[in-house]
Design a protein around this ligand. Structure first.
Ligand SMILES: *[C@@H]1O[C@H](CO)[C@@H](O)[C@H](O)[C@H]1NC(C)=O
Ligand SMILES: *[C@@H]1O[C@H](CO)[C@@H](O)[C@H](O)[C@H]1NC(C)=O
Ligand SMILES: [Zn+2]
Length: 467
């Protein structure tokens, strides 16, 4: 008996040791902020750096609009600094030792006390919380899954709908497409929490709007950032063997796939995958958007960092014909956000205020999901802590973002009255519509029944236009 217990303890000790040993460490890694390129020569030099320095992790892509952040390993420090200096690129050290910042954040994230917004939460905590919300509020909330990740985790969605018979406009929200952007799932869950406990003056937000929310779209990557590598971005699929796993989910959508802002080296962070929709996470999102294309009137996809409210499109410099309206709604949302803590956002099209990226969920939603108001939101911060935003900033980020989300929701309700949103009626269907799959229920997922609803919903689709 005692012996057996000793063996178990030894086993646990070994497991803990393995986990610690395999965890990626960032001792001596630095993050540099390179000033924005002032002309084509400097821009090309940055592109060259990105192309040739395979191990340098670009936290933001080269751009003429904004500074570029790069993380450099101790071995590459000298070489990288030499390259920057010799090309006249001005830079400063933004994070001196990445490991130290990672540890500061992790001390807290291992504390467990149920769902809250003082710490970053594990997937299990989030998913359990969603299920308990649905269990306690069955008239309003339902959980289910839009599909499964590569490693078989649920892509769990919560649907909030108080008046299904009213056919309210739907806001579709997702978070955590990029695993290391921890603030994103924190914000998406906060929105859910607020919607489940609305004050009387906000009651209209559930009376007149339905919400479909997937707080963690890349659960494999998200768990990997807690267990193995805090700065993992991609999915965890193995298309190219075990050496370079993962695909950038926000480059994997089948619209201008593999063009701007992608890298076809599977080891890189912006690898768009071997083919469009190779990733079940992206594919399931597209299926869901498509199957609900006349109901979903806004799509908000949360990323970090930079404090940007990005309008369509990511793949081109050309602006859509309704750009002015999209921008003006973004500006109104950003103003409401700023009123809370003074946090400033830039609003605009990616090519104008950031850089081009193609194959994104935002573009796909807009083009094929008929979602007129399709926005990518880059949350806090604007450059101090970047992906490693400290836990003290979680709650303020959530609170201010909630104000912006409310603006979008009320705009949709207003639109419904004025008939301004006519996108749904005008857009042609996509050339290769993804067909919904029936996702088999997990045995221990008692209340997961959004899964099979695609078909029963589709009969309503034709008359569900919110115009
Ligand atoms: C680009 O800008 C830098 C800094 O202003 C300058 O030193 C360099 O000569 C410029 N290059 C060209 C080709 O204009
Ligand atoms: C994508 O979805 C379609 C239909 O929903 C399915 O046939 C296909 O196998 C899916 N592909 C992946 C990689 O999940
Ligand atoms: Zn991101």
């Amino acid at each position: 008996m005692l012996k057996a217990r000793g063996l178990i303890l030894l086993g646990i000790a070994l497991t803990v040791a393995t986990i610690i040993a395999s965890e990626k460490r960032y001792s001596g890694y630095k993050v540099y902020t390179v000033k924005k390129a002032r002309n084509d020569t400097e821009y090309k030099a940055l592109l060259e750096l990105q192309k040739n320095f395979k191990k340098v992790d670009f936290w933001s892509d080269p751009s003429k609009r904004r500074p570029t952040d790069i993380m450099v390993s101790p071995e590459d420090l000298t070489k990288t600094e030499q390259f920057l200096s010799s090309h006249g690129l001005e830079y400063s050290v933004a994070i001196n030792d990445v490991q130290r910042v990672v540890e500061k954040e992790n001390v807290r994230s291992t504390r467990q006390s149920g769902m809250n917004w003082r710490d970053y939460q594990r997937l299990r905590t989030i998913h359990d919380w969603l299920d308990s919300l649905a269990a306690f509020n069955p008239q309003v909330a339902q959980t289910g899954s839009i599909g499964r990740s590569t490693e078989g985790r649920n892509l769990k969605m919560i649907k909030l709908s108080k008046n299904p018979e009213k056919k309210n406009p739907v806001i579709y929200i997702d978070g955590g497409i990029h695993a290391r952007e921890w603030i994103s799932p924190a914000v998406t869950t906060y929105i859910i929490g607020k919607l489940m406990s609305l004050s009387p003056q906000d009651a209209d937000l559930l009376e007149n709007v339905d919400w479909h929310i997937v707080p963690v779209l890349n659960p494999d990557g998200y768990e990997y950032t807690f267990n193995e590598d805090r700065l993992w971005r991609k999915s965890r699929s193995l298309h190219n063997g075990p050496n370079c796993p993962g695909v950038d989910l926000n480059r994997n959508f089948d619209f201008h796939w593999g063009e701007a802002g992608t890298n076809d080296d599977p080891c890189r962070n912006t690898y768009p995958g071997p083919y469009p929709f190779s990733e079940p996470e992206a594919n399931s999102t597209a299926s869901y958007l498509f199957n609900n294309r006349n109901k979903i009137r806004a799509y908000l996809t949360f990323h970090s960092y930079s404090q940007l409210w990005l309008t369509p499109y990511g793949y081109t410099e050309d602006l859509p014909s309704d750009y002015e309206e999209l921008e003006s709604l973004g500006l109104r949302a950003a103003r409401a956000l700023q009123e809370v803590y003074g946090t400033e956002y830039e609003v605009g099209a990616p090519s104008h205020i950031l850089y081009l990226y193609s194959g994104s969920s935002q573009d796909w939603a807009r083009e094929y999901g008929n979602v007129k108001y399709s926005y990518t939101i880059e949350l806090r911060d604007d450059g101090d802590e970047k992906f490693l935003l400290s836990p003290e900033n979680i709650l303020p980020t959530c609170e201010e973002t909630w104000e912006a989300v409310k603006v979008v929701a009320r705009y949709l309700v207003e639109n419904r009255k004025t008939g301004k949103d006519t996108t749904a009626a005008k857009r042609p269907p996509p050339p290769f519509p993804p067909v919904p799959t029936y996702i088999k229920k997990n045995k221990d997922e008692e209340n997961a029944d959004i899964d099979g609803n695609y078909d029963s919903d589709s009969s309503e689709e034709e008359d569900a236009d919110v115009v």
